[in-house]
Design a protein around this ligand. Structure first.
Ligand SMILES: Cc1cc2nc3c(=O)[nH]c(=O)nc-3n(C[C@H](O)[C@H](O)[C@H](O)COP(=O)(O)O)c2cc1C
Ligand SMILES: O=C(O)C(=O)c1ccccc1
Length: 377
């Protein structure tokens, strides 16, 4: 599709007017840091404990180098991918990110609009600032994310609301039985002030209102969004109440991947939650190949955690991911310029990916195989 070249031409035209553009992840992050108050920036950027998992995610991409081929006519490239009966123009989606009104007043509505224009999936966090019904109006290809809290009635109510609002998949995140040890956030007293940004789906829920009233406290929100007792029965319950595809997010062990497929998961997202919960967890990219192996094409395996540029997208796809989800980069785009900023970030990352595919001597994303990568010792 030559997306990269046309975007570059457009960008250089913009550049003539502004003489300055934010093109790399480091620039987006730096600008977001400048715009946000320190607590909000810390909430976005920081991770669990010593942040060794955040570093591992970034380093894992550097362990793989691309071995390009030459003389292969790569002029007409095709990035499209078919997943869950839908064709997307490129294999990139929006990871669920809660509390987006902390970063821009339009929050998830702006991000979902950007996703709609780009034609790619938007996973709406259960802990979003705006209700799923409001975000639904903004985006045709939407998947709804869930945390398992303590109350199955609330979980069921949200799943039914998502079905009614036309969401086409449910994405339970299973890597967070409790909130991780966020040392940086704790030292800035981040937690208490921000809970009110994540109540959009809860204040609008009839079961929540009936059982908990309309004034939600941080304690009630924690009760409804975390449950350290979570086990296989909870997943079976979810499977029993919906026919929508269930895409399990937060799988890192191949035995868990196999178990989830056997219990009826329709897709997996290999992710360590961007290093935000278990400090010391394996880099998600390191976990990807063994999960792709065990899945044996029974369900699509997808990926997030640490994707910052086009070469990262290429490497994750070459290691077997069918789709790659973007997290912090789009949140920084949202912070900087709302819907336009989100589009800018995704368009730049995809243009970079598209050009890299051609530079590697490939035309189709299905040509991406582990054999195009070499591992550094
Ligand atoms: C501010 C913030 C909020 C997040 N909220 C959620 C959430 O509500 N549910 C969830 O499953 N993951 C959540 N995540 C994790 C992302 O979905 C994704 O796994 C992570 O951002 C990927 O790592 P990366 O941003 O370093 O690429 C959040 C991440 C950030 C940065
Ligand atoms: O911050 C997060 O990573 C996250 O998953 C979350 C948890 C609860 C509310 C909002 C986001």
């Amino acid at each position: 599709m030559n997306f990269g070249t046309s975007i570059q031409t457009e960008r250089i035209r913009d550049c003539d007017q502004t003489r300055r553009m934010l093109i790399t992840f480091e620039q987006w992050e730096q600008e977001a840091r400048r715009l946000l108050d320190p607590r909000s920036f810390s909430y976005a950027a920081s991770g669990a404990g010593d942040e060794s998992t955040i570093r591992a995610n970034l380093e894992s991409f550097q362990r793989w180098r691309i071995v390009p081929r030459i003389l292969r006519d790569v002029a007409d490239r095709d990035l499209s991918v078919k997943l869950f009966g839908q064709t997307f123009p490129f294999p990139v989606g929006f990871a669920p990110i809660g509390r987006q009104a902390m970063f821009h007043e339009q929050g998830e509505v702006a991000s979902a609009k950007a996703a709609a224009i780009l034609g790619i999936p938007f996973i709406q966090s259960m802990v979003s600032s705006y209700s799923l019904e409001k975000v639904a109006d903004a985006q045709p290809s939407r998947w709804f994310h869930l945390f398992f809290g303590h109350d199955r009635d609330v979980l069921k109510s949200m799943v039914l609301r998502a079905e009614r609002a036309g969401f086409s998949a449910i994405v339970p995140t299973l890597d967070r039985p409790e909130e991780g040890w966020r040392a940086q956030n704790l030292s800035l007293c981040v937690s208490p002030f921000m809970f009110r940004y994540g109540i959009g789906n809860f204040i609008s829920d009839p079961i929540v209102r009936q059982k908990y009233g309309s004034t939600l406290t941080p304690q009630t929100m924690q009760y409804l969004t975390s449950n350290p007792h979570i086990r296989v029965e909870d997943f079976r319950f979810l499977r029993s109440i919906t026919k929508l595809p269930i895409i399990v997010k937060g799988v890192l062990h191949p035995e868990d991947a196999n178990m989830m497929i056997n219990y009826g998961a329709d897709g997996l997202i290999v992710s360590n939650h961007g290093g935000r919960h278990l400090d010391g967890a394996i880099a998600a990219l390191e976990a990807l190949p063994s999960i792709v192996d065990v899945a044996e094409d029974r369900v699509p395996v997808m990926f997030d955690s640490g994707v910052r540029c086009g070469a990262d997208i290429l490497k994750a796809l070459a290691l077997g991911a069918k789709m790659v989800f973007i997290g912090r980069p789009y949140l920084y785009g949202l912070t900087i310029a709302g819907e336009t900023g989100v589009r800018h970030v995704i368009e730049n990352m995809v243009a970079d990916f598209d050009l890299n595919l051609g530079m590697a001597g490939l035309k189709h994303i299905s040509d991406l195989q582990p054999s195009i990568l070499s591992r550094n010792s």
